[in-house]
Write a protein that binds this ligand. Sequence first.
Ligand SMILES: C[S@@+](CC[C@H](N)C(=O)[O-])C[C@H]1O[C@@H](n2cnc3c(N)ncnc32)[C@H](O)[C@@H]1O
Length: 283
Amino acid sequence: MAAAAHDSSGEGPKRAAMRIDVLTIFPDVVESYCDASVVGRARRAGILEVNVHDLRLATTDAHRSVDDAPFGGGAGMVLAPEPVFAAVEAVRPPRPLLLLSPGGRRFDQSLARELARAPFSLLCGRYEGVDQRIADHLVDGELSVGDYVLAGGELAALVVVESVARLVPGVLGNEESATDESFSSGLLEYPQYTRPAVFRSWEVPPVLRSGDHAAVARWRAAESLRRTIERRPDLLESRGGLSDAEVRLLCDHGYPLGAAESSGARRPGPSRGGAAPEERDRP
Ligand SMILES: C[S@@+](CC[C@H](N)C(=O)[O-])C[C@H]1O[C@@H](n2cnc3c(N)ncnc32)[C@H](O)[C@@H]1O
């Protein structure tokens, strides 16, 4: 039997701006998450098409089995090649087809941006993993969501679907929200606050209530740098450290000069051609 595609968007045949296909032995799990929140709204609005395919529907035996014992012995079962090849060949999902795997390329925001440019598909492994011939001859690449082992690729696929969906134009209500957050400029995002201005004696920084938009932008840029220095110096290092303007900005906002200067390699400041921090990576 051919693998089934479920698209619960309920919309007609109009073509969505972006398409992601997911192949899994747990289509209901993937389908139900993709029906909610940001992804669900985008599907209903016709901006995003998510097609979930059941790998078991491509099986031919009475038990609809998709796994078998590993050659050479060892614990657990392995996702067998026949049902997986059969499902992919029946569905012909958009390429690249990416296998979720702890040994794959590490998924991050820049890969999410890359994937958001064109349709692609995800194949969820299970058990002790997939027959190597699937990795060698069926898929176009492998993705890992981190250095830990999940029981299956479904959660990993959902991580990929949601983070890519957020980057598809029109999916987020406010177009700025995907460009002005952690990793969009190689830095962590600044802290956010909402009402009340004072909660249990903890006060929101006065600058955020000052109405001075330039001062707010400078404070946010400084906090973004401060946070990244303190929590993710590796991010700072890979963008080339701090510019002179950024060191000055941090000092203006009370960050100790010595600590700012010793944070990663220095990069050219605006006087040598770079953009001011508050201008960098704005749309
Ligand atoms: C229990 S894991 C298999 C782990 C495998 N035995 C190993 O040691 O690499 C079963 C499936 O979960 C998915 N998975 C587990 N951890 C993952 C991760 N960090 N990133 C992406 N997929 C993962 C993969 O699809 C994998 O085939």
